[in-house]
Write a protein that binds this ligand. Structure first.
Ligand SMILES: O=C(O)c1ccccc1NCC(=O)[C@H](O)[C@H](O)COP(=O)(O)O
Length: 268
């Protein structure tokens, strides 16, 4: 029996996202958001950038930016998305991940716009997508890729959101935390399978999650190890499990010298 006395962080966030979408739809109709998405400048090749980096024998780093998080509290005072993007790019990151959720992460669509405009890296919109409107909104704000969290979506919803993202030439990172979610993600067309080492119900992090799941991901997919990666040894550990792409946020963002920290992590 699940412990119903413990609040489920993801369920709380998803509940609020449904309300946000309803409010968003009142301000901008689905048809208008679709029009804005189609009018946006063309997307950058998020998946291609990761494939090229890995083919060159380097670690594909999706470098994340977030002001705060439910698990970490305030992460980076003086947060400047354009400056962070330039530093990440110069230090060898392959892609960006930008939190746009305001309530829990202090983010905003303007963060993604500013970060993307400041560099040539493709950008993932890191948010909690539950409705087609948000996929169109992601493209309209300039995102090159969206995150689909399998724990937050039914199979039908995941397929629908992926179809819309693909129709807009955006990449999809399908995120999983257990074997069942992984099987469901493998039913999608995307090659990018993110294994989140963070349990989004309890917010605890364990790199063993990637060590268990990544070796079970078929060779035609691209595993991305996410969360809790802090050291060159962690990067090596993820690579040993078969994940040559990683998504890292908090550790890097807490370092005063972000560029040096990013370079050091990629030296693994
Ligand atoms: O990070 C949280 O506290 C969190 C809470 C609820 C839902 C999602 C959450 N984080 C999203 C992520 O998984 C991370 O931002 C991402 O994978 C980077 O992790 P890290 O390198 O540990 O910052």
């Amino acid at each position: 029996m699940p412990d119903t006395t413990v609040p489920d962080a993801l369920a709380t966030i998803i509940g609020a996202k449904h309300i946000e979408v309803r409010e968003g739809l009142r301000a901008t109709s689905l048809a208008e958001m679709e029009r804005l998405a189609k009018a946006a400048e063309p997307p950058r090749d998020f998946q291609g950038a990761l494939c090229t980096t890995v083919a060159q024998g380097r670690t594909g780093l999706i470098a994340e930016m977030k002001r705060r998080s439910p698990s970490g509290g305030e992460i980076r005072p003086g947060f400047d998305p354009a400056q962070l993007a330039r530093i990440y790019e110069a230090a060898g990151a392959t892609c960006l991940s930008v939190l746009t959720d305001e309530k829990w992460f202090g983010g905003h669509p303007d963060d993604l716009k500013a970060a993307r405009a400041a560099c040539a890296l493709p950008a993932l919109r890191k948010d909690f997508l539950v409705h087609p409107w948000q996929v169109f909104e992601s493209r309209a704000m300039g995102a090159d890729a969206v995150l689909l969290i399998m724990a937050a979506l039914s199979d039908e919803q995941a397929v629908e959101l992926e179809e819309i993202a693909r129709s807009l030439d955006m990449a999809v990172l399908a995120e999983v935390h257990d074997e069942r979610e992984m099987e469901r993600a493998l039913g999608l067309q995307t090659r990018l399978i993110g294994v989140n080492n963070r349990n989004l119900k309890t917010l605890t992090t364990d790199l063993a999650t990637s060590e268990t799941l990544v070796p079970r991901i078929p060779a035609d997919r691209i595993p991305v190890a996410e969360s809790g990666i802090r050291t060159a040894a962690d990067v090596h550990r993820m690579a040993k499990a078969g994940a040559f792409c990683i998504l890292v946020g908090e550790h890097l963002l807490r370092q005063p010298d972000l560029g040096a920290a990013t370079t050091a992590l990629l030296a693994a």
